[in-house]
Design a protein around this ligand. Structure first.
Ligand SMILES: NC(=O)c1ccc[n+]([C@@H]2O[C@H](COP(=O)([O-])OP(=O)(O)OC[C@H]3O[C@@H](n4cnc5c(N)ncnc54)[C@H](OP(=O)(O)O)[C@@H]3O)[C@@H](O)[C@H]2O)c1
Length: 237
């Protein structure tokens, strides 16, 4: 039985992935601040789920993950789906800072922990849900776009490191467009995927051990277009 931890399993993409991995017969460790939501998942699958509820921005993530993996008795796959973002036209620093605390600081601690765990084990799979937003800056939520760019670059660094270290550590960067969760904010949303479809596509990305995956797949086109727009034009958008 494969073992996976899902950080941010209480709602949205992480919750849907947890449900799917249970169907695929994984043993899972799930986290998030809303203990009740974690208990709901465990209640339906008591022998397949371990829970550890904590706030990634306040707690000792490394210790929590070590405790969880010890209880689970091993780890093949770590999925980091915990993330936050808010529209912030007024540039309220508290909003920007809260985004950075989770998407940058906690992210860094968690992926460091995962890399070292998989390094010592000799193999493993780390998957992070970043965002298409990380491909360019964004006036509506500057810290969100910048934090996702940080994640994308950091993961590329870890991928290079794993190769240099000759370790079989797979680093997957999943870049969703819009998925129908609490996180999908703002006007003009398009190509919004259901959580179920997103989770199914992410599962295929896991099976294929891909480095980068767009969800849904057609967001690949938007990613290419975004990169092509000259900065002089982009700033007018
Ligand atoms: N939905 C989209 O359109 C979209 C698009 C691109 C990228 N993404 C990315 O996808 C990831 C998942 O988001 P989602 O759409 O599934 O939204 P979501 O339903 O809001 O899920 C966010 C998850 O993160 C957890 N979380 C938030 N703050 C936390 C904290 N301080 N400590 C621990 N856990 C925390 C939440 O759990 P608790 O609240 O229980 O702690 C929840 O499980 C995010 O990184 C997001 O940036 C989403």
């Amino acid at each position: 039985m494969k073992k996976a931890i899902i950080i941010g399993a209480t709602s949205g993409i992480g919750n849907e992935l947890a449900r799917l991995l249970l169907k695929k017969n994984y043993f899972i460790g799930i986290t998030g601040r809303r203990l009740n939501e974690l208990k709901k998942l465990k209640g339906k699958n008591p022998n397949q789920v371990m829970i550890n509820s904590f706030d990634c921005t306040l707690d000792n993530n490394s210790q929590r993950l070590t405790d969880l993996v010890n209880e689970m008795g091993g780890l093949d796959l770590l999925i980091l789906s915990a993330g936050t973002g808010d529209l912030n036209e007024s540039l309220d620093f508290t909003i920007e800072n809260n985004i950075n605390l989770l998407n940058v600081n906690a992210f860094t601690e968690i992926v460091n922990w995962a890399y070292k765990y998989f390094y010592n084990q000799g193999h493993g799979h780390l998957l992070v849900i970043s965002s298409i937003a990380g491909l360019r800056g964004g006036r509506m939520a500057p810290a969100y776009n910048a934090s996702k760019a940080y994640q994308i670059n950091y993961l590329e660094g870890l991928r290079q490191k794993a190769h240099k270290n000759k370790k079989s550590i797979i680093i997957t960067d999943v870049r969703p467009g819009f998925v129908d969760t609490a996180m999908a904010k703002g006007e003009g949303l398009f190509w919004v995927s259901s959580k179920e479809k997103a989770a199914k596509q992410i599962y295929q990305i896991i099976l294929k051990k891909k480095a980068i995956g767009y969800v849904t797949k057609r967001w690949w086109v938007i990613a290419k277009l975004l990169k092509l727009i000259p900065s002089g034009l982009y700033k007018r958008m």
